[in-house]
Design a protein around this ligand. Sequence first.
Ligand SMILES: Cc1cc2nc3c(=O)[nH]c(=O)nc-3n(C[C@H](O)[C@H](O)[C@H](O)COP(=O)(O)OP(=O)(O)OC[C@H]3O[C@@H](n4cnc5c(N)ncnc54)[C@H](O)[C@@H]3O)c2cc1C
Length: 312
Amino acid sequence: MSPAPDLNAPTLQRWLTGPRFSGLPMPTADRPPPKLSFEFFPPRTDELEKQLWACIERLAPLAPRFVSVTYGAGGSTQARTHATVARLARETALTPAAHLTCVGATREEVDGVARQYWAAGVRHIVALRGDPAPGTAYAPHPGGYAFAADLVAGLRRLANFEISVAAYPETHPSALSPEADLDNLKRKLDAGATRAITQFFFDTETYLRFLDRCLAAGITAPIVPGILPVSNYTQAVRISGMCGTSVPDWMGHLFEGVENDPETRRMIAMVVAAEQVRLLQANGVDEFHIYTLNRPDLTYAIAHVLGVRPGR
Ligand SMILES: Cc1cc2nc3c(=O)[nH]c(=O)nc-3n(C[C@H](O)[C@H](O)[C@H](O)COP(=O)(O)OP(=O)(O)OC[C@H]3O[C@@H](n4cnc5c(N)ncnc54)[C@H](O)[C@@H]3O)c2cc1C
């Protein structure tokens, strides 16, 4: 811990002796840019569908490693996920990944969806348990996969999918303990997943200490940080509360006074997310999963700042 700066010292002396921010890596032409993947959600209306495909068109030239599409509870959302992923496979050069949950479904139903993906040329599944209806506790479907680890094992038996799973640097909200949650992550990877993508987080230290714990538990697969650019602080606080992500005080401070100024909020979002990624890069991490919220400009700008350019 560095000593507190002497605020009464003459300015230049304070600058030259006070605590330092560490230098962050700058993108240069000869340095490989980080590897990015992007997440979308399936559109609910024709208008939102147009917005999603405009977003995909804008981000596609950045050649992400893969693009994933989330999967919600209920039939129509699931059909929209399937339609979006199948169209990505059919009409673009992108590598699509389909999120698939096991909550509220039999094994046969889940296997059926996975088989349809395989038939549509989709080779990457993000395998998840999913959440119960709001206000109810999770209970496995009697004829279903109980947890994500069981789903991973089931998918492995079905076909040679690439499988990603979820990880929680701040522990899943309903886990018995951080240790039990880490054991669960290890089970998912041991069952055949090759990558974990994290719940979004804002405190880099929390994520880095989580990586230490993963390594100590014998996990060597990449635990790719999920990056959420925040331009709506109130919404971020609400969503964070639901998924157990802590929101640091500095973030509230950053958004103070710009509640009615969306343009400034978006610029703040870009800077904060790019800084978060660069700080993680300074700590050796070189893969990132960006939650795009189906809006291309923040993600595009962040990628650009990181040195990710079309055609590179
Ligand atoms: C990157 C990412 C993408 C996501 N995409 C989607 C999506 O598209 N659609 C969607 O609906 N949700 C999505 N979610 C949310 C996810 O479905 C929820 O967080 C859900 O509550 C847990 O899913 P999981 O796959 O992590 O579950 P699991 O890994 O099964 O873990 C769920 C909980 O059960 C505990 N647990 C596991 N096994 C056991 C056991 N045998 N006994 C007791 N407890 C156990 C775990 O510790 C944990 O607390 C996503 C989350 C992330 C991080």
